[in-house]
Design a protein around this ligand. Sequence first.
Ligand SMILES: [Zn+2]
Length: 69
Amino acid sequence: MQEASRAIMQDMQILRKSHNLQSSVSVVECYVCGKGLQDGHSITAKTLPNGIVLFCDVHYSLQNINIPK
Ligand SMILES: [Zn+2]
């Protein structure tokens, strides 16, 4: 009985680790407003001099004005 519950706890730890790994990779949100796919926005990646940033459909067209080079 104890061995069985221990095995279940190990399974849960594995699930939790893989979930954290997935969520850290799949965070996709706008660099300006923080909204993402879950808010109904489409996200586009753009390479800037300071790195790759993500913009929603609204801020993607404004990025050249808002982000200094
Ligand atoms: Zn935005």
